[in-house]
Design a protein around this ligand. Sequence first.
Ligand code: FES
Length: 512
Amino acid sequence: MIRRDGAYVSLWQDMPGYIPEPVSENSRHYDVVIAGGGITGITAGYLLQMSGKKCLILEAYTLGFGTTGGTTAHINTLLDTPYTTIIKNFSVNDARLVASAAREAIEFIKSNVQELKIDCGFEEVPAFLFAEDKKQAEELDDIYKACDQVGLNVRFAADLPVPIPFKKAIAVGSQAKFNPLHYIYALARQFEKSGGRILQNLPLKDATEKDNIVSLQTDKGEFTCSSLIYATHIPPGVNILHLRCAPWRSYAMAIKLTDDSYPEGLAYDMQDPYHYYRSQTIAGETYLIAGGEDHKTAHEENTEQCFRNLENHVRKYFPVQEVVYQWSSQYFEPVDGLPYIGKLPGGSENIYVATGYGGNGMTYSTIAAAILKDMILHHESLYKDLFSPSRIKPLAGFTDFIEHNADVVKQFVGKWFDVKDLDVLAGLAPGEGKVVKYDSQVIALSKDSEGQLHAVSPACTHLKCSVAWNLAEQTWDCPCHGSRFDPDGKVLTGPATRDLEIVELKTMSEQT
Ligand code: FES
């Protein structure tokens, strides 16, 4: 079973973890180091290694630990941010470029699957977007026109692959689906066969750039490289990108049906929050994969309820036999609708970043890997300027985009507390957590399934916003820029790189 960044395991992560090849060489300098072993990092590493660069992938946990292991793996040119929005925020030509980059990403994944004979259930299928009322139908007309304008193979559809009543629907051909971890494992193996190196369970602690050399600090000492890629979903440190990308969570389930009505295509409704459906066969078992109920990270008090809402929604339309897997996952929504791919803003010459994929991580990660490869190899890229992290897009409502009014809390001043007092004060049931005020301090308390209390400072180590308990995933999540921590404060997801401060708890007998 692959470890993941929460309590639930996804459909994809229920398999053995990746075991890197043993390496004889112990080099300390690389042409390119990639921080992050998800689909962005592995695809970029694969492309660069195959182009003759000597590459190292550093993964803080294990490959597929984060969002690549939690995606529902739709590979689209029909993107979550409608082309109507991309045209409005950019231009028709730019939207055409986005569509063509997405098309190339699907073709690239397909050619890898064919050439490397990757057994990852890759299938090309149409995608359907459907309206359930008049207002949505009007919006869908505009989306249809925009899809047509940017060159998508779009048509109005008379039928849907899902048994949901609808008013109007469009279909776009040649979209795709796959098992993302089978895919990245195969690319990672090829990366290693070509001389690339993977180190798991080794977080990048710090990176500094001087005289065109980037120095990297880890628990296994210093590495250096000519180029560093942050493929960590959001870069660490403090950066303008933390103000331009908002963290969101999405919920997913893999479900066995009582009959064979598993949808062939991909399907999306237009509700707010929206729902999405597809199917996947793994080891001879077919599952309906349903997702949705998205919300801004740390903005739902009862995240278990989001699963219940999703399940109730699915049961309205499908003959559910059993929910076999359920899991939630985090993504970053960019302010203007397009991801940020390129040089890290703030003067870095040799540090690159890719973030803000919204709900299209499989497509944009592949686009990102291709753009970053071209930039590092000094090749021309059609898409480099469009996705540049330094682009200026002041939009109406920008200042409201990121939740900055979250409480900012002071760093905890270390001292111990009586476990019994806190237990009574918090009144937590197993699995619950809450931030409490006690003896002029603010403490983040959670109780595990064994009834043991865990206490940490709620001050997020990124920029000190107060974290909130995620009941479903049993984590402390930060509403500001999406850092996540386990009940003992250990960093699961950046931008924070330091653990939450542990608050010492003692019993009365230990105090005397
Ligand atoms: Fe930035 Fe927590 S992630 S303050």
